[in-house]
Structures are given as C-alpha cells and as structure tokens.
Design a binder for this molecule. Structure first.
Ligand code: PEP
Ligand code: MN
Length: 370
C-alpha cells in the first residue's frame, strides 16, 4: 500500500493556516509566501470545493485550484491540505499530489458520504483530518474516524470546529469542549486540532478560543488566513491577515502537559486530594436529593400529578442561576448543571411513579385472589 507520512513534525502546537477558500493563484501564492515566514506554520490549507449552506454563495474554484496548491508545495516547500467531500474530490487530490485531506463538518454528518470517501482511499494511506459533525454527536464523529481506520488509513487526526446551535451565542459554533475532551480521553494518542476560526466566526474571539484549546492540551490549531480578509469570498469576518496570525502565535501562552518538578507535583496532588473529598460530598448530597425526589414522585403519582411541572422548573432554574451568581459562579454553568440534575429528577420521579403503580396493582390482584 502506498504510504505517505504526516508531512508535519508534531512539535506542539502544530499550526495549519491558509485561506478559507482558494480564490485565485495570486491570492494562494501571496498568502503562502507570507505564511512561509512564520516558523510555526507546518501545513497550508485552502478549500477548493466549498460546502455552502445555501446555493448562490461562492462554491469554490474546483479542480482549477489544485495546481495552485501544488505550486505552494513545490516552490515554497510547504505541505498542503484541502477538503474532500466525495470520491471524485479524492481522485483529483491524489492526482495533484495533495499531502493531507480533510473531511468537512457537513460531510462527517453523513455516514454514506464518509464511507464513499473511505472506499476511494482503499490502498492509499494518506493522512486524513476529520472535522466534528455540525451537530454535537460524538458517536458520529467517532464513527467517521473509525471508517477511515477500517480501510487502512493509519494517520488520522480529529479537527474540532464547534457545533451548530439554535441558542443565541457569541460563538458562530459553540465549542462545547466536553465533547472533544471525551474524544481525547478515548483516543489519547490521536492528534486533536482545534479550528478556532469556525468556532469563533469573528476575528475578535480567535485568540481566546486558541488559548483555551492549548490549555486543554490540543495538539494544534487550524486558522483561516487571508491577505485581505474583509474582501474574502467566504468567511470574511473570521479570517486573519498573515501579520495578525504571527501576532496571535506570539501572544499565545504555551504550556506543557508534563510536570516541571516534584514540588509542583506535591502541591498539585494536595489540591487534587481536596477536590476528591469535595466531589465525594457533592455525590452524597446528590444521592440525598434524589431520595427526596423519589418521595415527591410517590406523592405526585398518588395524587395524579405529572412528574414535570414547567412553572416549578422555571422558578428553580431562575433561583439557582441567581444563587450561583451571588456566590460568584457563572450562571451559565448553574443552568447547565441544574438542567442535568432536573432531567435526572424527572426520570427518577417517573420511575418511582411506575414502580408505585406496579406495586399497587400487584397488591390489588393479591387482595382479589384472597
Ligand atoms: C472550512 O474549513 O473552510 C470549512 C468549510 O469548515 P467546516 O467544515 O468546519 O464548516
Ligand atoms: Mn471557512
């Protein structure tokens, strides 16, 4: 099987940069020349086929853009990557010697599309990066990674680009970090790269999201860069100039996941021991809370009252958010936490009501038999 190596060194952080879309040979080459000057940039990105939510937007230059990427690779010696969404895209990229392929968020949602791409790669061990699906479904993301593993791809990275939401958010795609963290827990050795551009949707948020990803020990960042971002044909609010990228990389605070010395380890272990004790207490309190919830469940079912009472739920959430805020905690955190707790309470109440009514009918049939 022809095997191509990762064209990157994996010195953290791996920086992948380039425009959202390839627009012209000049735009590609000028951007790449500027990026060549930034030593952390290891891979040049540009979308050739652009998956747009609605027709009529710029949908990419198509195959015509592939020789432009080849020129970056051959003349500037920067490895290149582009997005593929079907078997034909794969075939064209292989013909044009593209180093790494990536799967976009709108493709990862479709197991048929992912399978088609994986089949087209049978026998070609090219490095692949798989973006998370637009919906917050970890299983779908893992499924896509697995489809590539199954056809024999050995170099696979996961790309975290945030998740679509209907809720109002200052992000274009909220990051919901717990999902990539869970992926990292299950596959600690798989490179995990963050795409702060598509998470943020605007230039201002990119530094904060990038720093957060590095603090969470991501392997690197994929950042959209354009020589004239405001006039870019796609994603013009989120692209950085090469100069702004250099500044961002300079400002990032790089941390190590390995302990620097013994006294650090001792202090850290002491603090973690305190957290373990508090967590045990929290769990005991939650258990006590659920015992009361069960009693409420029985009371409601005896009185033919539904487990969920929207008014009470609303009051409880408002009150907990205020209490959390008064304690200096984030109200968003309290809301998410109490949504989980309340879901569990409704579930326990429903189960309690079911078991009460089963017991009641068993007793009734015993009485009839007697
Ligand atoms: C892109 O990287 O330009 C892109 C289209 O991203 P996503 O698949 O994350 O929307
Ligand atoms: Mn984009």
């Amino acid at each position: 099987m022809p095997t191509s190596k990762w064209p990157i060194s994996f010195n953290k952080p791996i920086i992948i940069a380039g425009p959202c879309s390839a627009e012209s040979e000049n735009q590609i080459f000028e951007t790449a020349k500027e990026l060549k000057k930034i030593k952390q940039v290891q891979l040049f990105r540009a979308g050739i086929w652009k998956p747009r939510t609605r027709p009529g937007c710029f949908e990419g230059v198509g195959v015509a853009g592939l020789p432009w990427l080849q020129r970056v690779k051959n003349e500037l010696k920067i490895p290149v990557t582009t997005e593929v969404a079907n078997a034909n895209h794969v075939e064209e990229c292989l013909k044009h010697d593209i180093d790494v392929l990536w799967i976009g968020a709108r493709t990862t949602v479709s197991p048929f599309a992912v399978q088609e791409i994986a089949e087209a790669l049978k026998g070609v061990d090219i490095p692949i990066m798989v973006k998370n699906p637009i919906n917050a479904d970890l299983a779908l993301w893992l499924g896509a990674l697995e489809r590539f593993e199954k056809v024999g791809i050995t170099k696979i990275a996961a790309l975290h680009r945030g998740f679509h939401t209907y809720e109002k958010s200052h992000y274009r795609n909220p990051p919901w970090w717990r999902i990539p963290i869970e992926l990292k827990r299950r596959f600690p050795d798989m490179p995990l790269i963050c795409d702060p551009s598509h998470i943020s949707g605007n230039r201002e948020l990119i530094p904060r999201v990038s720093q957060k990803a590095l603090d969470l020990d991501f392997h690197g960042l994929m950042i959209e860069v354009h020589p004239d971002p405001k006039n870019a044909l796609s994603d013009n609010a989120q692209q950085l100039t090469p100069k702004a990228l250099a500044q961002l990389l300079n400002d990032l605070n790089l941390k190590d996941s390995i302990s620097p010395n013994d006294s650090f380890d001792q202090t850290l272990n002491g603090l973690r021991a305190k957290i373990d004790i508090l967590d045990q207490e929290i769990l005991v309190q939650l258990k006590l809370r659920l015992e009361i919830v069960k009693e409420i469940g029985s009371l409601k079912s005896k009185n033919q009252v539904t487990a969920l009472q929207v008014q009470r739920f609303k009051e409880l959430m408002d009150k907990r958010e205020r209490q959390a805020f008064d304690l200096g905690l984030s109200s968003e955190f309290a809301r998410e936490l109490y949504q989980l707790i309340h879901n569990e309470s409704v579930k326990v109440q429903t189960e309690q009501a079911k078991s009460d009514s089963n017991n009641a009918s068993e007793n009734q049939s015993k009485n009839t038999l007697n």
